[in-house]
Ligand binder design. Structure first.
Ligand SMILES: NC(=O)c1ccc[n+]([C@@H]2O[C@H](COP(=O)([O-])OP(=O)(O)OC[C@H]3O[C@@H](n4cnc5c(N)ncnc54)[C@H](OP(=O)(O)O)[C@@H]3O)[C@@H](O)[C@H]2O)c1
Length: 170
């Protein structure tokens, strides 16, 4: 298989959770704007079936959305949405179509399956503790943080954040 880059984007709490169980547990417009910018810059997307079910209206018609799981796609899913059975199958499809990069949008089960094959992370660290919920998988020592950009709490943001970019050799 031709090599492609697998990237993940996630927002996680200070104690490592992405959700209390369903949905994103904070309202942070600067993070939403960052997510939309990264999303719009990618043609190929990988998303778990549960997260996909929550994302109606988020995808452009030119984007190819690979949905990880066995279940039938919701009725609103367009022709550019396709179910895949594994992260490897998703990467093979991107490579076969001469794509360069696949962006994984989560959720927790999907991050866990994708992280071992990934070489780039866009992480928003939210300065809030959830205590429990769906965890982002732990990063190995081979991951290196390339940059970190703080965003303070303010009237629109109940929590401070750090926008981090991580890479590793694969
Ligand atoms: N904070 C954030 O950045 C962030 C980002 C994304 C999502 N979230 C939140 O996370 C929650 C969902 O996370 P989740 O873990 O429950 O669901 P998910 O990863 O979105 O989807 C889970 C489903 O994906 C399929 N799947 C996952 N791993 C698989 C594998 N290795 N092989 C084959 N299929 C696989 C299965 O679908 P089938 O059951 O169809 O087989 C599974 O039920 C959402 O509520 C969402 O709001 C937060």
């Amino acid at each position: 298989m031709r090599k492609i880059r697998l990237s993940l984007i996630a927002a996680l709490s200070a104690d490592g959770f992405i959700s209390r169980g369903r949905g994103v547990p904070w309202h942070l417009p600067a993070d939403q704007a960052f997510f939309r910018r990264v999303l719009a810059a990618h043609e190929w997307l990988l998303v778990g079936a549960q997260t996909f079910a929550e994302m109606q209206g988020c995808f452009g018609s030119a984007q190819q959305v690979l949905v990880l799981g066995q279940r039938a796609l919701p009725s609103w899913a367009g022709p550019q949405c396709l179910a895949v059975a594994s992260v490897t199958e998703a990467m093979e499809r991107v490579a076969a179509a001469c794509g360069q990069e696949l962006l994984c949008l989560g959720g927790a089960m999907t991050y866990a399956a994708a992280l071992p094959l990934a070489s780039q992370l866009w992480l928003t660290r939210v300065d809030a503790a959830l205590g429990s919920g769906l965890a982002f998988p732990p990063l190995g020592a081979d991951w290196q943080r390339q940059s970190s950009r703080p965003h303070a709490a303010d009237a629109q943001h109940a929590h401070a954040m750090n926008f981090e970019h991580w890479i590793r050799e694969t």
